[in-house]
Design a protein around this ligand. Structure first.
Ligand code: FAD
Ligand code: SF4
Length: 336
């Protein structure tokens, strides 16, 4: 049985109190649903003196559509469970790919505990680090992200390339979401596309004294089709091994209408999600045009270079990025 290390627990009841606790207790960590941080503590990947629980911070649990700076947005509190996000009527209607991604995380029990804020701030994962300390010691003392000073994925590498493995993050980036943070200096807003860094040890721009309070997602202003594709070996429980979010804005409400804008984002590569570039040739083509699928899949296959940081061979996963992208587009077209 793996035991937790000893730590104190604080139970603040509002965001200001969370920020004050974070400021006054360097090294303290936030715990929301605990489905990521508690296993990591059991694996001795961190030993904080204090956990600051969000369990009583009810202001983090609203979902509301409102006007913000001249546009309509939906603000989703970071404390909402993934179950709620996946079932919320507003999210399902306006952001079906987000509802899909939230509903594909882990298992029903974990989605009942796990929150959207925890999913966005989920630690990076690697087959060499998400193991017991005993397991890591058997490798000779861990790696850059644990007790050691080597990388087993990139021998000789000085940079951790553990994988950003959140299901919701690629979707939030594809939807142009913003991440709202509260900290000692007040509130700041970071586009989801700029929230992540290519450093598996510290892969977000969030300061230790800040918490994510909400996700702000712009309401579509044109007809849209969006999808999230995930490959796992088992149908439940597993983290994604391939993860692609797609968003196509259309000139009119038909898959035969020209695409006016598109965003494709892949996860589970390195620490930073990859926004697929060079898709300009797709603009103006109908979503139902087979050439569109060929261009997008070729770009995904070329630009997604998986590493051996999670299970399954990298060349196979690379091929699967293309396959799952093609299937996702085919399903959107078939749905009309
Ligand atoms: C068996 C298993 C399978 C899993 N499968 C998946 C999967 O398929 N896909 C997937 O995406 N995830 C998966 N997870 C990971 C996890 O369950 C989810 O990512 C979940 O959304 C994490 O949310 P949480 O509230 O439990 O986070 P916590 O564990 O409470 O926190 C996670 C991290 O985020 C930080 N944090 C939490 N809330 C905030 C906030 N508001 N502001 C700033 N920082 C915050 C914490 O300090 C911690 O570092 C799995 C976990 C397990 C145990
Ligand atoms: S990518 Fe390298 S340094 Fe990072 S967790 Fe994996 S083995 Fe360790």
């Amino acid at each position: 049985m793996l035991r937790l290390p000893q730590f104190g627990v604080a139970l603040p009841s509002n965001v200001d109190a969370v920020v004050a606790l974070l400021r006054d207790n360097p090294g303290a960590r936030i715990v929301a649903g605990g489905t990521d941080i508690l296993p990591n503590l059991k694996h001795r990947l961190d030993e904080p003196g204090m956990l600051i629980s969000l369990a009583q911070v009810s202001e983090l649990r609203s979902i509301a559509k409102l006007a913000h700076e001249g546009r309509e947005v939906v603000e989703i509190g970071a404390g909402n469970t993934l179950t709620r996000v996946s079932e919320d009527p507003l999210v399902r209607e306006l952001f079906p790919s987000l509802a899909t991604a939230a509903g594909l995380v882990a298992s029903p029990l974990i989605r009942n505990m796990g929150t959207l804020g925890g999913n966005v701030n989920l630690d990076t994962r690697c087959r060499y680090v998400n193991q017991t300390k005993f397991w890591r010691e058997a490798l000779g003392g861990g790696c850059l992200k644990s007790e050691g000073n080597v990388c087993f994925v990139v021998p000789g590498g000085r940079n951790c390339v553990a994988a950003m493995s959140s299901d919701c993050v690629p979707v939030l980036i594809s939807l142009g979401a913003e991440i709202v943070l509260a900290g000692p200096e007040g509130q700041r807003v970071v586009p989801a596309a700029k929230y992540f860094k290519a450093d598996g040890l510290r892969h977000t721009v969030r300061d230790d004294a800040e918490l994510t309070t909400k996700l702000r997602v712009p309401v579509p202003t044109t007809p849209r089709r969006s999808a999230y594709a995930k490959w796992t070996v088992r149908k439940s429980i597993d983290f994604p091994l391939v993860s692609v979010a797609l968003r196509f804005d259309l000139k009119s409400d038909s898959v035969d209408a020209p695409v006016t804008e598109l965003v494709v984002v892949a996860g589970v590569l390195g620490a930073k999600p990859r926004v697929i570039a060079k898709l300009d040739d797709v603009i103006g083509k109908p979503l139902s045009d087979p050439a569109l699928s060929r261009i997008v899949c070729a770009a995904v296959g070329k630009q997604c270079k998986p590493l051996e940081n999670v299970p399954y061979e990298a060349p196979y996963r690379r091929r699967m990025f293309e396959v799952f992208t093609r299937r996702a587009i085919a399903e959107l077209v078939a749905a009309g």
